[in-house]
Write a protein that binds this ligand. Structure first.
Ligand code: SF4
Length: 208
């Protein structure tokens, strides 16, 4: 085992079964929630989608709306109007091109307006249960601090590197584990290194 194998095992041991903080019941709800979550807090999004998904729960229903129809549900979310428009456009495309079902391939997902690489992998991993590396801001920061990737690594390089050091069946689990570690311990501004159970494997910690 090399250092990364031990580190990967340790991280999976500490965070064996993490879930996204965004609440969803199916791939479409996760797609909507992830569009709403850009530059907004997950808690605010969850408190809005609880009522929103009771009223509108399918691409078919969203595709018939105008952005103003969503205002009563999502106006507390930053850039709500723009996001409402993106969700409605995405719903119309899903309805027209995929028979109302969110596609389960990366290539098709990124054709949908509002779905970038990170969101596509998030939907594949967390909603479809497929192996995926979710390179959100926490995964990027923690993997750099740990020394898994160089400081200037772009998301694609991070994804490729993680695929090399983590067994395929654990890719999503590992992403969710790094995400949790970033939110809980390895904060952006001030990482709580003294409380960190993987500090002995961390390049940032060793360099201090
Ligand atoms: S030791 Fe500090 S910098 Fe390294 S992973 Fe832990 S919290 Fe983050």
């Amino acid at each position: 085992m090399n250092d990364f194998s031990i580190l990967v095992s340790k991280i999976l041991q500490i965070y064996p079964d993490e879930k996204l903080d965004l609440k969803f019941k199916n791939p479409f709800e996760l797609l909507v929630a992830s569009i709403l979550a850009a530059q907004s807090k997950d808690e605010v999004v969850n408190s809005c989608t609880e009522n929103l998904f009771q009223k509108f729960d399918s691409p078919e229903k969203f595709s018939k709306l105008n952005p103003e129809d969503l205002k009563p549900y999502i106006s507390r979310i930053n850039f709500w109007y723009k996001k409402a428009k993106t969700i409605i456009d995405a719903s119309r495309l899903i309805q027209k091109n995929y028979g109302g079902n969110v596609p389960d391939s990366y290539e098709e997902l990124i054709k949908i307006k509002g779905v970038g690489s990170k969101t596509a992998n998030m939907i594949l991993g967390a909603a479809f249960g497929k192996p995926a590396v979710i390179t959100d801001t926490h995964v990027q920061r923690v993997s750099k601090r740990l020394g898994i990737v160089p400081q200037d690594a772009e998301p694609l390089e991070i994804e490729e590197t993680i695929k090399k050091i983590v067994p395929e069946e654990n890719l999503t689990k590992f992403s969710l584990a790094l995400m949790r570690h970033g939110k809980k311990i390895c904060h952006a501004k001030k990482p709580n290194c003294s409380a960190c159970d993987i500090k002995n494997y961390c390049e940032f910690f060793r360099s201090q």
